[in-house]
Ligand binder design. Structure first.
Ligand code: IVH
Length: 425
């Protein structure tokens, strides 16, 4: 911390000044942590600054402010969300599934530009929940879901508790109006931990991080949302006043300079060849991202060309999604064992014939619970499909019943606990 900073002793004399400094400092550390991934202080030091601010605000309620970092705890539960019409529609993207299809799309762009050239930006396609967030004079004013693209739900209270979404934009002169679009996601490790806790508590688990994020944003109690590990990434602009950057790559830098989290990597590409190379790089580096990536998004870099390129019914002609092959494999289910959680919950685990999946050898997979095994009629000896679904351990997503030879065995939960021998309830 800089030496010129007010010391806590000053609090007695000028609590307003100290609170203001603490807020700015906490905002800055949030940004360093969530946006720039280079924290300067320990969690413990952060907590200390935070408690000092909370303390001042408690003793001087007149100093409390809506955009204080202490106001991330959540407000009173809602009965329902209100509908909001988007200032400009939230579009979706056309998908391409092969290099040929993608090259065709890029060729169409070239034809439409009739001689003008353009470059492209490749960025990860974040598998989350699309949101739009409006800042007025740099303050977070409203946040909504995509809904049907025209009308979404007002989820402002839930977005305010997500730490990586700034309540105030950084910089001395934020634009009067800035609406940013992006994705809320549940980081992989947070998702795995949430499911672990839910499994232990006997609650239903989420199928994947996207469902977990969507389910969390639908909660009517933002205090509950605050306990869910959620994060956000922004990659686009809605309504905005003032001059916006001319290129998409610059737009990402611009958003980042205001303290907004943007995709961790993007590639500027001169032409189709570069685009294909970037998509390869993206695919091989995607495990390093905290979110699930089921593909890349290719966007024309020159934003001034967007109007000329126009759109189809629901998607722009200047951007397209390129979907990766899902990470899936088929193997034999050798056995189903039962794992005992810390709180005594029994979880069935698939023991598999080892198979290669997304760069590692897999020999175990998650089977959610006994009812699920029964409902899907999964038997020991079956050929099963496993898929990476965000958790470290893959999940059994399918079973091929057509190749059974009659030796497959129906699974039954043991009557006694494999760990303590006690009766299973
Ligand atoms: S751009 C007008 N960029 O994917 C273009 N979308 O399948 C609007 N998505 O509705 C979207 N990552 O919710 C864009 N880097 C990214 C994205 C992204 C994920 C979502 C978005 C969109 C959906 C389309």
């Amino acid at each position: 911390m800089a030496d010129s900073t007010p010391k806590s002793g000053h609090d007695q004399v000028m609590p307003a000044k100290r609170a203001q400094w603490l807020r700015a400092e906490l905002d800055r550390h949030n940004r360093l942590y969530y946006v720039e991934a280079r924290p300067e202080i320990s969690d413990r030091d952060y907590d200390q600054l935070y408690s000092e601010l909370a303390d001042i605000e408690e003793r001087h309620p007149e100093l409390a402010s809506d955009d204080s970092p202490t106001r991330r705890v959540g407000g009173a539960p809602l009965k329902e969300f209100t509908s909001v019409r988007h200032a400009s529609p939230m579009l979706s993207l056309d998908n391409t599934y092969s290099r040929e299809e993608l090259l065709e799309f890029l060729n169409r762009i070239a034809r439409r530009l009739a001689g003008r050239t353009c470059s492209y930006v490749v960025e990860p396609k974040i598998d989350g929940v699309a949101v739009t967030v409006r800042y007025k004079q740099g303050r977070l004013e409203q946040g909504c879901t995509r809904g049907n693209g025209e009308v979404g739900d007002d989820i402002t209270a839930n977005l305010r508790v997500i730490r990586s979404i700034p309540l105030r934009l950084a910089g001395a002169q934020p634009p009067p109006l800035l609406e940013v679009r992006g994705e809320v996601f549940m980081p992989r490790d947070g998702f795995a931990e949430l499911n672990r806790m839910r499994r232990e508590a006997g609650a239903t688990v989420f199928a994947n991080p996207r469902n977990a994020a969507a389910g969390s944003l639908k909660l009517l109690d933002s205090a509950q949302v605050a306990r869910r590990p959620l994060a956000a990434v922004f990659y686009g602009l809605g309504a905005a006043t003032g001059a916006a950057p001319e290129r998409h790559g610059e737009l990402l830098e611009y958003l980042r300079s205001m303290g907004l989290p943007v995709p961790p990597r993007h590639w500027i590409c001169a032409g189709p060849e570069d685009v294909l190379r970037a998509l390869d790089e993206l695919q091989s580096s995607r495990d390093n991202f905290p979110f699930e990536t089921d593909g890349g998004v290719v966007k024309v870099d020159e934003r001034e060309l967007y109007e000329a390129l126009g759109m189809t019914a629901k998607s722009p002609r200047w951007a397209v999604a390129f979907k990766f092959e899902p990470e899936r494999a088929v193997t034999r289910l050798r056995a189903i064992t039962v794992q005992v959680g810390r709180t005594g919950v029994l979880t069935p685990v698939a023991e598999l014939e080892p198979v290669a999946l997304a760069g590692s050898t897999i020999n175990r997979a998650t089977l959610h619970n006994a009812d699920d095994i029964k409902r899907r009629d999964i038997r020991v000896g079956d050929l099963v499909t496993i898929e990476k679904a965000g958790e470290v351990i893959p999940v059994v997503t399918g079973v091929d019943k057509s190749v059974r030879d009659g030796t497959e065995e129906v699974f039954a939960m043991p009557g006694n606990c494999p760990s303590c021998g006690g009766a299973v309830t």
